[in-house]
Write a protein that binds this ligand. Structure first.
Ligand code: 3PG
Length: 307
């Protein structure tokens, strides 16, 4: 019997797991759940007889691929797939997919959650600032950025975006002003929100040269990946610009240095929280389950990443 394994170090909400199980079992497949593991060896052990695998940010590297002797498909229930070794999957003819757009709203809402929390001094009772009338810059314009733009308009913010892969017209149709260069984006926005994937081109790309262009009192918001930040540049920015603030959905490697010196100018979630809502878990988890059933039943490879 085809076995579908959900392997999530950070578990889905139980209602999402229930929905995934229903879809898998209705298709006549076996469902297995492996959650909250702490040891990679246990993960490798759990995948040995799985035909299909659903993961979140779980690292599916060549070791896991090798251990997964029966694996035909792996679906990352979410957007970013920097945790999947696509080369190793392709070498074994394993189809790798993601579920784009399914958790975008959750991540976009967290952007504003962090912004308001911090703009109001983490609710310390002192006078803070508002979002109304400020400019929100979107560094990359994918599904999450689109939702951020839409929510930003509700707050009365101006929105602009830079993305070399998206036509200016698409941004304009959403009421977002396209900017020609990344430098212009950082120069003109009180808030810059990061929405690019982590890949060889983007890793370390948000550096001091870019950050130092930001206007007085600017805030950088990172719900993308910590790897896109050049951390020495970030620390330099904290040191040289006493007005600069950084909000990040996942603690950077240099968190201890920041915490020791720049109190009140940062907020970091202890664990990646962006997609941690029941709705996002249901959307992404169920999409993953449906994609797997559709792959086995109809050979559907929509959303395949390693074509
Ligand atoms: C994504 O890329 O979809 C988000 O970063 C969510 O990741 P998570 O499923 O590990 O929370």
């Amino acid at each position: 019997m085809t076995k579908v394994l959900v392997a999530t170090e950070k578990p889905f909400a139980s209602i999402a797991v229930k929905g995934i199980r229903q879809i898998v079992e209705k298709a006549g497949f076996e469902f297995a759940l492996f959650e909250k593991y702490t040891d990679k060896a246990d993960f490798a052990n759990a995948v040995t007889d799985a035909d299909a695998l659903i993961v979140r940010s779980d690292i599916v590297d060549s070791e896991i691929i090798q251990a997964a002797k029966q694996l035909k498909i792996v679906v990352r229930a979410g957007a970013g797939y920097d945790n999947l070794d696509l080369k190793a999957a392709s070498a074994r003819k394993i189809v790798a997919m993601n579920t784009p757009g399914q958790n975008s709203n959750a991540v976009a809402e967290l952007v504003f959650g962090m912004m308001i929390y911090h703009a109001r001094g983490c609710f310390n009772g002192k006078s803070g600032t508002e979002l109304l009338g400020k400019t929100m810059g979107l560094h990359a314009y994918g599904n999450v950025a689109k939702r951020v733009a839409s929510i930003a308009r509700g707050f009365g913010m101006k929105t602009c975006a830079f993305d070399p892969f998206i036509p200016a017209e698409a941004m304009e149709n959403d009421g977002v002003m396209p900017v020609k260069t990344l430098e212009d984006l950082y120069r003109n926005c009180q808030y810059v929100s990061l929405h690019m994937p982590a890949n060889e081109k983007t890793k370390g790309s948000v550096n001091f040269a870019l950050l130092s262009l930001m206007p007085e009192g600017a805030t950088l918001v990172n719900t993308a990946r910590k790897e896109v930040i050049d951390e020495p540049g970030l620390l330099k920015m904290f040191q040289e610009r006493k007005d600069f603030k950084y909000l990040s959905d996942i603690t950077p490697d240099c968190a201890a240095e920041i915490a020791g010196q720049f109190e009140g100018r940062y907020y970091f979630t202890p664990k990646k929280m962006g997609a941690q809502t029941a709705e996002a878990n249901i959307n992404a988890g169920i999409a993953a389950a449906k994609q797997i059933v559709n792959f086995f039943e109809n050979g559907d490879t929509t959303f395949q990443l390693n074509k």
